[in-house]
Design a protein around this ligand. Structure first.
Ligand code: NAD
Length: 335
């Protein structure tokens, strides 16, 4: 039982998990909502703030939380939190580094399988009353080259899952792991070579300044004509305009995306009115709508993390992060 009661606010909390979180943070005041954090629903009493990745925590939000002591990201990525600003205020930011390697890898596999066998269109056609397979021909993964960009926790699990599909695997990472490469019989190549030779490219990188738009018009021009691209990492890794260009010109045959640039605006379009970088965000939002409607895409709503098992792991680590902080340490601190 904690000696001091902390006021904890969680925004964008996954559905059905609030009771479990409250039980595990017994003794504290715990407010939860599935709504995303905005300046208008902010709770000024908050001392510990929990957010999902569609709830950006910027200077304005931190200014509005005078009692803030700790930020816990319910995610692996923390690109939605202004770390510099948090550091300036000596507010630690913790994340959940490992919870869903196999969960996200499985979703990646699902997007590839759905694209390769036209699962979405096939299922829709049958539901609509037609049992005709004309136009639904897919392709085999066997003997295709799969390019994995980023071989961290998720990338490695994805490579492990690919073992049963008889593909050729190549990978690119700033820090190659030759032990894993030997174990799973793949080789590291340059990003250039990966782009030029892969039939399917799957992104598993964090979004940093040096990975932002790592897939752009130039890199798409280098890709094999008719390649597929999968992104279950972060929307900002792909330049949306370039992707659309690739799909329209046939350079890219299809895209399976769980993430989009500025995707939080899809949930919260009224935020567009107050954004500083207005023009760019409006352009991304319009582009997202075009990509969503595009016949060559399958887009899921940043749902790769979302399995029964992984949401429990996210809450367990988040509670551990909070307890460690209250015990005078920090765990999974990314500041
Ligand atoms: P990780 O940190 O374990 O692995 C990232 C890998 O990228 C590392 O091997 C690192 O060396 C490499 N890397 C970093 N910068 C690089 C660069 N500039 N060039 C080349 N390689 C670079 O991360 P992870 O747990 O595997 O997560 C990968 C991504 O998936 C993250 O963006 C994370 O936010 C995202 N993610 C998405 C979901 C979802 O629901 N869609 C869920 C969890 C994680």
């Amino acid at each position: 039982m904690p000696t001091k009661k902390y006021y904890c606010s969680f925004y964008g909390l996954m559905s059905g998990i609030s009771g479990y979180l409250k039980k595990n943070l017994k003794g504290h005041v715990v407010k939860t909502t599935e709504d995303l954090l905005t300046i208008s629903n902010i709770d000024k009493k908050t001392e510990i703030l929990g957010v999902n990745c569609a709830s950006p925590v910027n200077k304005e939000i931190m200014d509005a939380l005078p009692k803030l002591k700790l930020i816990v990201a319910l995610t692996t990525g923390y690109d939605h939190i202004d770390l510099k600003e948090a550091k300036k205020r000596e507010i630690p930011v913790c994340n959940v580094p490992i919870y869903g390697e196999s969960t996200v890898a499985q979703h990646t596999m699902a997007l590839i399988l759905a694209l390769s066998r036209n699962i979405y269109t096939s299922g829709k056609r049958v539901k609509e009353g037609s049992f005709d397979f004309e136009g639904l021909r897919g392709f085999d993964l066997k003997d295709k080259t799969i390019g994995v960009v980023g071989t961290g926790h998720i990338g490695k699990h994805f490579i492990e899952m690919l073992q049963g599909f008889y593909t050729n695997i190549i990978a690119y990472d700033k820090f190659p792991d030759e032990k894993i490469a030997k174990k799973f019989k793949f080789s590291y190549v340059t990003l250039d070579k990966l782009l030029r030779t892969s039939d399917v490219i799957s992104l598993h990188l964090p979004l940093f300044a040096d990975t932002h738009h790592i897939i752009n018009k130039k890199s798409i021009q280098k890709m094999k004509k008719g390649a597929y691209i999968i992104n279950t990492a972060r929307g900002g890794l792909i330049e949306s305009e370039a992707l659309l260009w690739g799909l329209e010109t046939g350079h890219i045959a299809g895209a399976g995306l769980d993430v989009l640039e500025d995707e939080e605006m899809i949930l919260n379009p009224e935020k567009l009115l107050w954004e500083e970088k207005h023009g760019e965000i409006i352009r991304h939002t319009l582009m997202n709508n075009v990509l969503i409607d595009h016949p060559k895409t399958i887009i899921t709503p940043h749902n790769a993390f979302n399995s029964n098992e992984s949401v429990i792991r996210i809450i367990d680590t988040t509670v551990e992060n909070i307890e460690a902080f209250l015990g005078g340490n920090t765990k999974n601190n990314v500041t």
